[in-house]
Write a protein that binds this ligand. Structure first.
Ligand SMILES: Nc1ncnc2c1ncn2[C@@H]1O[C@H](COP(=O)(O)OP(=O)(O)O)[C@@H](O)[C@H]1O
Ligand code: SF4
Ligand SMILES: [Mg+2]
Length: 327
C-alpha cells in the first residue's frame, strides 16, 4: 500500500444559489486520501456530503451553484484548473462515483453489458471481441454470477444488490485511482450491504483504489474505513483514524453522535439524541455552527469560528473548548 495521497482536497468551497444570494454548502473542506485507503465522510442529512462529492467531480449543475474556492488535486493535477474537455478526460476514468440508487445512473432501456461496455470503450478504447471480453471480465470482477449470460439483462431484471454491482463495474471501468461512494449501500438490506462492502474491500486490495465513502452508519465506518471525517453544516468538524475517533472523540458533535450509538450498528439518522436540528444554511449562527446545540458552548463560540486543533497524529477537530476557549 502506497502512502502518497492520490486525492488532496484543499479549502474546497461550494456556494449554492439561495433567494437573491448564496449559501455555502461546502465550506473550507480539506482532506487527503492515500492509495489503498478509505476515508469515511459522516454527517446528518443536509450536512453537505453529497455536495462535497459532486464538487470534487465538478458535477454541480450551474443552476444550483458552483465551486468558488479551493483545490482538488487528483494524482498531481488540480481538477479545478481544467477546462470541461480536460475534466471529462479524468471524470469516470481516474475518479468515479457510485450512487445510492443505481437505477438513477443505469439506463433502464439498455442491456447492462452495453452500459458497462460504453464505459470501457470510452475509457480504454477497446472494441470488438476485446471489448466483449473486458465487459464479461468487468462483471466477473464485481462477483456478478454468470456474467456471460448477464450481459444481455436489463437493469429491472436484476436485484438491487446486483444493480449496485453493475454500477460498480461501470465505476471501475477506467480503472480509476479514486472511487467516491455516496451512500451506495443505504438502499440495500443488511446481508447484501455486507456483501457489497466486502467486495469493495477486495477490489481495493487488488487495485490500490482510494475510496471516499459517504455514510450515515457508524457500523459501516467501522467495517470499511481507515479514517473518518465528521461533517456538520458544510464543514469538517473532526477528522481522525477510525479507532482513534471511536475511542477518543474530541469534538462535542462527534462525542454526542457516538454517545447516542448504543452499538456501532446504528444509523446516524435514526439514533438522534442530540437536541435540536442542524441549522439552515441561509441562517447559520455566528461563530460555531454547532453552538445552539452544544452543551459546552460559551460566548466566544457564538462570536467567532472555532480554530482547528491538532488532537493527535492524523487527528484534528475545530472547537473552542479544545483551544481552552481562547484563554
Ligand atoms: N439540487 C439542489 N439544489 C439546491 N440545494 C441543494 C440541492 N441538493 C442539496 N442542496 C442543499 O445543499 C445542502 C447540502 O446537501 P447535501 O450535500 O445533499 O447533504 P447530504 O448529502 O449530507 O445529505 C443542503 O442544505 C441541501 O438542502
Ligand atoms: S466551538 Fe464551542 S459551541 Fe462549537 S463545538 Fe466547540 S464548545 Fe461547542
Ligand atoms: Mg447525500
Amino acid at each position: 500500500m502506497s502512502s502518497a495521497p492520490v486525492l488532496k482536497v484543499e479549502g474546497l468551497v461550494t456556494e449554492l444559489r439561495s433567494g437573491g444570494g448564496s449559501v455555502r454548502a461546502v465550506d473550507d473542506v480539506s482532506f487527503e486520501i492515500n492509495a489503498g485507503e478509505t476515508l469515511g465522510l459522516v454527517g446528518e442529512s443536509g450536512s453537505g456530503k453529497s455536495m462535497t462529492c459532486l464538487s470534487i467531480l465538478r458535477l454541480i449543475p450551474s443552476s444550483v451553484g458552483r465551486v468558488t474556492g479551493g483545490r482538488v488535486v487528483l494524482e498531481g493535477t488540480d481538477l479545478m484548473t481544467l477546462d470541461e474537455a480536460q475534466m471529462r478526460h479524468h471524470r469516470g476514468r481516474r475518479i468515479s462515483i457510485i450512487l445510492q440508487d443505481p437505477m438513477t445512473s443505469l439506463n433502464p432501456v439498455l442491456r447492462i453489458g452495453d452500459q458497462v461496455g460504453e464505459a470501457i470503450k470510452l475509457y480504454r478504447g477497446l472494441e470488438g471481441p476485446a471489448l466483449r471480453d473486458a465487459i464479461v471480465d468487468g462483471l466477473r470482477a464485481m462477483r456478478i454470477p454468470a456474467p456471460e449470460q448477464r450481459v444481455s439483462a436489463y437493469p429491472h431484471e436484476l436485484s438491487g444488490g446486483m444493480r449496485q454491482r453493475v454500477g460498480a463495474a461501470i465505476a471501475m471501468a477506467g480503472p480509476p485511482a479514486v472511487l467516491i461512494a455516496d451512500e451506495p449501500t443505504t438502499a440495500l438490506d443488511a446481508t447484501v450491504q455486507s456483501q457489497l462492502l466486502a467486495l469493495l474491500k477486495d477490489v481495493q486490495r487488488e487495485t490500490g483504489l482510494a475510496i471516499l465513502f459517504v455514510t450515515h452508519d457508524f457500523g459501516i465506518v467501522a467495517t470499511i474505513c481507515d479514517r473518518v471525517a465528521v461533517m456538520y453544516a458544510g464543514r469538517i468538524v473532526e477528522l481522525a483514524p477510525v479507532a482513534e475517533l471511536f475511542a477518543n472523540p474530541r469534538h462535542p458533535y462527534t462525542e454526542a453522535l457516538l454517545r447516542s450509538v448504543p452499538d456501532l450498528d446504528v444509523d446516524v439518522e435514526r439514533l438522534y439524541s442530540i437536541e435540536g436540528q442542524p441549522p439552515a444554511l441561509d441562517d447559520l449562527p455566528a461563530g460555531c455552527s454547532f453552538a445552539p446545540r452544544c452543551a459546552y458552548a460559551r460566548d466566544v463560540c457564538r462570536e467567532r469560528g472555532p480554530p482547528r486543533i491538532e488532537a493527535g497524529p492524523l487527528h484534528h477537530a475545530s472547537c473552542w473548548k479544545l483551544a481552552g476557549y481562547g484563554d
